[in-house]
Design a protein around this ligand. Structure first.
Ligand code: ATP
Ligand code: MG
Length: 577
């Protein structure tokens, strides 16, 4: 492609409303343009990247045995009313009426229509398993469209749906999709982890979110760089679900002086008390007050750690947990807020983090306003009812699988795989008849990739101060050829050499972006770095005089020279390594 004819306007300055690197760079490099909040136009270069991601997804879906179809975007609202997701999606769904006042929506996803389709097309166990997918625009009226393509209102999604006769079949289909997702995100050059999601409202079904590691991600997750362990911060385990009700033996052996009260006026916070007493916050015992089915509970963690509310809930299940709020404390003026210790007489349930199982004398609240207690010893001065991994995991904690230090990072959810079961099949009558003539609901799974979100996630990972650095598998063009004829005598020879080189590379099967514009070298270099093709080839008068072309690898900045007569061979050799 000759840049002289390309629809491309790069922006010198950062757009004012860009809130992430990917949005800033994709706008500056002329890949996308904003049409409205969360709605984008894809210009030629951006469209090529989108198509390449789409193609990788398509190849991996096809390889996994899924069949591509295309469902309408405009879907009858009635289907969504039947599944109840009309209400569940609420204002997230774009709705409209046709001329007869029949309700429609712009598809935010497609379980309903897929189940309907399969209900009418399949009927026998012989038809199963089947996996159908589509690559289609989805619409969600996000409360806060932001971060450009990352949280858009119109976005390209690959959504696949598996249909199996039973749970074993579903598990096999799920595993195939899971593996395909790993291949997809590997091929896209993303650093990612499959995170087992906290099974919440969806009914406890198995599901994994594929998280691309990125500072702008909206989800915190814990992962180990040494093994495969990854989990949502809420679901993360501190160790092997160690959980018992005996007093750990070690703690009882501390030989500490008796508990004593200290006057700590106006110091309800951990740091304040630690400074006042000249001790480390980790030597304080934090007592978080909660309600468990109407009873008062205390959650104990070291002063430098936070309580993971989900872990607490798991530890005391089936009792329902609610951490005390300011209103709760206001309703219970007898509680010395900020000065509560583990020996509070009114506590019906004391839950402690497993790390408290060490011979130690603690500083804690003294259960009296403006007072703390020193030399508080587990087993002697207070008892624990439930032990659990209670603290929120932080970077550096040991991996529960391999013991290496964990990282806590932010992730972009680029994919989601989900074992749905028979929820939708039952509503839409997607049944099959088994070999004995008995009818059963088909067991479904659903699998989404945010294709347009992936484009942004790649830029988040692959860029520097000068612009984008596309992984070769996704770049709009393989090579960016820059002709720098200058104003000297050699100008014509440079242009002729660049033209020859262009034709040769095209004939050799390369996708080439050729900067044949009448622009200064500075502009051409800056644009080449901004646009981010993996390899730049520069033909200028000086090099030509020596019979060489300069080759620069965008991602690393590595430069080398190729004889002008061997540009194609050099590129082919480079492509092979
Ligand atoms: P999120 O939690 O980010 O809102 P979701 O869990 O609601 O996403 P799914 O219903 O699981 O999204 O959709 C499948 C995939 O579609 C997601 O994993 C994500 O990659 C993509 N996706 C979802 N919402 C958006 C959006 N607003 N913009 C771009 N991509 C999106
Ligand atoms: Mg999701």
């Amino acid at each position: 492609m000759r840049m002289s004819g390309l629809l491309l306007r790069t922006l010198r300055d950062d757009p004012a409303d860009a809130d992430t690197d990917s949005q800033r760079l994709l706008l500056r490099a002329g890949y996308i343009r904003r049409a409205a909040a969360g709605i984008y136009s894809w210009l030629p270069l951006g469209h090529r990247v989108l198509r390449r991601v789409e193609q990788i997804v398509r190849e991996e879906m096809d390889r996994a045995g899924a069949q591509e179809i295309l469902l309408p975007i405009l879907q009858p609202l009635e289907l969504w009313q039947r599944s109840g997701r009309d209400v569940a999606y609420g204002p997230l769904m774009f709705r409209l009426l046709d001329r007869k006042e029949t309700g429609f929506c712009l598809s935010p996803t497609a379980e309903e229509l897929m189940a309907t389709l399969v209900a009418s097309e399949l009927s026998s166990y012989r038809d199963l398993p089947v996996n159908l997918y589509q690559i289609q625009w989805k619409f969600r009226d996000e409360l806060r469209p932001r971060f450009g393509l990352l949280r858009a209102r119109e976005f390209l999604m690959k959504d696949a749906y598996s249909f199996d006769a039973d749970l074993d079949g579903l598990r096999a289909s799920y595993q195939r999709m899971y593996n395909a997702y790993c291949s997809i995100f590997d091929r896209c050059g993303l650093t990612f982890r499959a995170v087992e999601a906290q099974s919440g409202e969806m009914g406890g079904d198995v599901n994994h979110e594929f998280m691309a590691v990125a500072a702008v991600g909206e989800d915190d997750f814990v992962w180990c760089k040494a093994c495969d362990y990854a989990a949502n911060v809420e679901a993360a385990r501190r160790d092997h679900s160690w959980h018992h009700t005996e007093v750990p033996a070690a703690a009882a052996t501390v030989d500490a002086p008796p508990m004593e009260e200290v006057h700590t006026p106006g110091l309800p916070g951990i740091q304040g008390v630690a400074d006042f007493l000249g001790v480390e916050p980790s030597t304080l015992l934090k007592c978080i007050v909660f309600d468990a089915d109407g009873e008062l509970g205390l959650a104990l963690v070291p002063g430098d750690r936070e309580v993971n509310e989900f872990a607490l809930a798991r530890a005391v299940a089936p009792r329902k947990v609610r951490l005390y709020t300011d209103e709760d404390f206001a309703a219970h003026p007898e509680l010395p807020k900020g000065y509560i210790g583990p020996h509070y007489p009114g506590a019906a349930l004391v839950v402690a983090d497993v790390s408290l199982d060490a011979p130690r004398a603690w500083v804690t609240g003294a259960n009296r306003v403006d007072h703390h207690a020193r030399n508080v010893v587990l087993g002697r001065d207070f008892a624990v009812d439930v032990w659990a991994g209670l603290v929120t995991i932080v970077t550096g904690d040991a991996c529960p699988n391999c013991g290496e230090p964990l990282s806590v990072d932010r992730g972009i959810e680029v994919g989601h795989v989900f074992q749905l079961g028979t929820k939708f099949s039952k509503v839409f009558g997607a049944n099959y008849v088994d070999e004995h003539g008995d009818e059963h609901p088909i067991v479904m799974g659903c699998y989404g990739v945010g294709i347009s979100r992936v484009v942004a996630a790649i830029v988040e990972e692959h860029h520097d101060d000068n612009g984008i650095a596309w992984p070769a598998a996704l770049a709009p063009y393989d090579v960016h050829l820059l002709a720098l004829p200058g104003r000297g005598d050699a100008a014509q020879a440079v242009v002729a050499a660049a033209e020859r080189c262009y034709e040769e590379l095209l004939a050799g099967g390369f996708q080439v972006l050729y900067d044949d514009r009448d622009a200064s070298p500075g502009v051409k270099f800056a644009d080449a770095d901004l646009l981010g093709m993996p390899v730049q080839l520069v033909i200028g008068a000086k090099g030509l005089a020596r019979g060489v072309v300069e080759r620069k690898v965008r991602a690393t900045g590595d430069r080398s020279e190729l004889p002008i007569t061997e540009v194609l061979a050099g590129m082919l050799a480079g492509a092979a390594t």
